[in-house]
Each structure stands twice: as C-alpha cells, then as structure tokens.
Design a protein around this ligand. Sequence first.
Ligand code: MN
Length: 196
Amino acid sequence: MNNYLPDNGQFSLPELSYQELGTAISAETISFHHGKHFKAYIDNLNRMLPGSGMEGLGLADIVRKSEGALFNNAGQVLNHAMYFEQFSVTPSPISPEFEQMLARDFGSLEAFEKEFEQKGVSLFGSGWVWLSSDAQGKLVVTQHRNAENPVTMGLCPLLTFDVWEHAYYLDFQNRRADQLAALWQYVDWRVVENRL
Ligand code: MN
C-alpha cells in the first residue's frame, strides 16, 4: 500500500477526480465529507505533528506508532485518503486474477460483496469496513471502530467503505445498507489491486 509521505512535513487535501458519484454520493455529501470532515482531520494532524517525534514519517507509519488524538486524526486521514482515492465515475473493472482471489477466499465476488456489506451494516456506531490482505496473502474483511485502520493489525488494507453517518446521512439518512450497496459500481478496482 501507499504510505502517503508528507510534503515539507505537511499533509495536504488530495484533489478529487469526481464531484459526485451518481446514485451513491451526492455533490453535497462530497463537499462536506471531503471539503470539511477530511480537511479538518488533515488540519488537525498537521497542527499536532511538530514536536510529536513523527515529523517526516509516512501516514501509515504514524498510524502504527501513535495513540490518542494524534492517532485519531492520522487514522482518519489515512482512512479518508484511501476511501476517496478508490472511487471513480469511470472505474476500471476487476481483473480476472483478483476476482479469482476473492473467489478463493470468499466463494465468489458476490459472496465477498455480501459479507463486506453485512460487516459494514452490523458495525455498531462509527467506523469502517475493510478488505485487506494478511501476512499469508489471504484476503480478509474486518470491522474497525472510529479511526482504526487494519495496518495496526499487520494487515495490508485494500478497500474500505466509510460507515460513519457523515458519509451517507444527507443522501440516505438511516439507510446505511442502501449506500453500501450503491458504492460497488464506482469502485476502481485497478486502484484497489495496486495496493496489494
Ligand atoms: Mn468519513
């Protein structure tokens, strides 16, 4: 995965290649989620880094080594960087090789998507559902609360859906399951597969 190195000690808000994602994420949600929530985590992280002993480290390394408020903000920057980067309005399809890996570990692409959605829906409160690769190369789906990221468990994170209410409430209100189901058509599998 990309460790997301800072530029001159600072992280900056990545530009998006899209303004909205059709039936899954409105422009209004993007403007708040990317322009306000994600930006606030970046601003907080940049403010906390000087004197932390972690200046110059990549984002994944900061997440592995930090705790408390620094961990919460660094984790949310890493989570949102990977989240927004993995979608496209013209997504690359899944490769036959990666679909075969999902079939090997979940039974089929459809069975993987069902388990991923179910784990997103059943996560109580705020958090993230992730597809990762473990140390043996097996693909796994895990639930993570708040700002957690699978790198803290030694996993290589590949794909994530944000199940904090700020990710879907303007568009879907309480219907978290409906937004998760709507996101698949915008997943850019080339981005996901390149994280392996
Ligand atoms: Mn979010």
